[in-house]
Design a binder for this molecule. Structure first.
Ligand SMILES: Nc1ncnc2c1ncn2[C@@H]1O[C@H](COP(=O)(O)OP(=O)(O)OP(=O)(O)O)[C@@H](O)[C@H]1O
Ligand SMILES: [Mg+2]
Length: 233
């Protein structure tokens, strides 16, 4: 579904991605893992058209999308839950959810406002509150709900559990497990390797702007030196 090959991205003179490769198959949960500053968010920003890569290619559903503006990447079916959540602070919860909503192309069940309320009941009590009045956990649920309401073929989550209380984190993981069971394709970036190995089919370890290891959860768990070497745990 998503195939990234040889992606190179720089901020000014400073190159951050040096040939990133990654794959997410249909219905698969894939991860990008690695220490701080290795280029995970830059990879996501390159895929989404927020920064412009100067090398490599990005194929989504068989079509090259590198260089496309963000709104076209979203229209093509990639939904982002960005690092730091970035919900609309001055819009209400309801407005945040409907602002970018769109129905699924073709067949398949649609995420609707009501379904997002069922998924995150805590939000239904806050519908008229502004985004910036919400707790961190509520903001994160809103960011996930907003992305789901674009009915993405691929959902991308960048550090969705960062800075949340353990119970709220668990709620996000439970939500992702439910989405996976419904065959949603997901690319997830997170620091919690235990939780990732429970849910993901394929991992990519990122070191200095390229992938240095890929494998499934069993392979990742089986090699503790990987975690020492690349994940600093
Ligand atoms: N807007 C920017 N301008 C210049 N340099 C940047 C910018 N954003 C990120 N960088 C640099 O690019 C490198 C990769 O950053 P990136 O945010 O992609 O890493 P990351 O793997 O997502 O890290 P983290 O785990 O902390 O989120 C870092 O050295 C960072 O300082
Ligand atoms: Mg990041």
């Amino acid at each position: 579904m998503l195939e990234v090959r040889g992606l190179e991205t720089s901020y000014g003179d400073s190159q951050v991605l040096f040939g990133m490769d990654l794959d997410v198959g249909a219905g698969e949960v894939a991860t990008l893992i690695g220490r701080n500053g290795m280029g995970k968010t830059t990879t996501v920003r390159s895929i989404m058209g927020i920064v412009r890569p100067h090398g490599g290619r990005i194929m989504f559903d068989g079509v090259g999308i590198q260089g496309n503006p963000s709104y076209r990447v979203a229209q093509a079916g990639i939904g982002l839950v960005p690092e730091g959540r970035q919900i609309f602070p001055n819009l209400s919860v309801r407005e945040n959810l409907v602002a970018t909503a769109k129905a699924r192309d073709g067949d398949g069940e649609n995420w609707t406002f009501d379904k997002v309320m069922d998924l995150f009941p805590a939000l239904s009590a806050r519908l008229d509150s502004a985004g910036n009045q919400l707790s961190g956990g509520e903001q994160q649920m809103l960011a996930v709900g907003r992305a789901l309401m674009t009915n993405p073929k691929l959902l991308v989550l960048d550090e969705a559990t960062e800075g949340l209380a353990p119970l709220i984190r668990q709620e996000i993981w439970t939500c992702l497990a439910g989405l996976k069971a419904a065959h949603q394709s997901i690319l997830v970036i997170d620091k919690n390797i235990d939780a990732l190995t429970r849910i993901a089919d394929r991992h990519h370890i990122v070191e200095k702007g390229r992938v240095v290891w890929t494998g499934d959860s069993a392979a990742l768990r089986a090699d503790p030196t990987l975690q020492e070497r690349y994940l600093g745990v």
